[in-house]
Ligand binder design. Structure first.
Ligand code: ZN
Ligand code: ZN
Length: 156
């Protein structure tokens, strides 16, 4: 199984939680148990979950939490830079708390989002005249196709 053993990519959960608390304090965001639970659920998942998926997870501990609260919390997380919305995720936004340099591959069939890291993609050169007057804040490489599991069914 891929995912939870990948501590290299995610760092230690408790350390990340502590860093998140400091970030909240720095940005004046109130640290509520629900907010921490949403962040933790996102951290623990390597699947780039949608708000719905995070909601189902957090609801186990906080049965009264609403999907709307989870959704707003996730958006807040991306606003303060604790997470981001995966590009090209289509209908339902998918979130990622892994802030280390990496790229995404999305399976068009099962919608799985797979992390990969190719260093050359971290330093894409954008010619200055490409987007006159614009400031580029984030450059990402995003690939789409059929994953290993869907490959065969797609062919045959
Ligand atoms: Zn697939
Ligand atoms: Zn990712």
């Amino acid at each position: 199984m891929r995912g939870k053993t990948d501590t290299e990519a995610t760092g230690h959960i408790e350390d990340r939680m502590e860093a998140f608390r400091s970030k909240c304090r720095a940005t004046g965001l109130k640290i509520t148990p629900q907010r921490m639970a949403v962040y933790k659920a996102l951290l623990e998942s390597m699947e780039h979950p949608s708000a719905e998926v995070v909601f189902r997870q957090v609801r186990k501990t906080y049965p009264s939490i609403s999907l709307d609260t989870v959704n707003r919390t996730l958006l807040t997380l991306s606003e303060i830079g604790a997470a981001f919305i995966v590009e090209g995720s289509g209908d339902a936004k998918r979130f990622d708390a892994n802030l280390k340099n990496h790229q995404h591959f999305k399976c068009v069939k099962c919608k799985r989002i797979i992390d990969f890291h190719h260093e050359a993609f971290d330093c894409l050169h954008i010619a200055e005249n490409l987007l006159p007057g614009c400031t580029v804040l984030r450059k990402t490489v995003y690939l789409e196709g059929y994953c290993d599991l869907c490959q065969d069914s797609h062919k045959g």
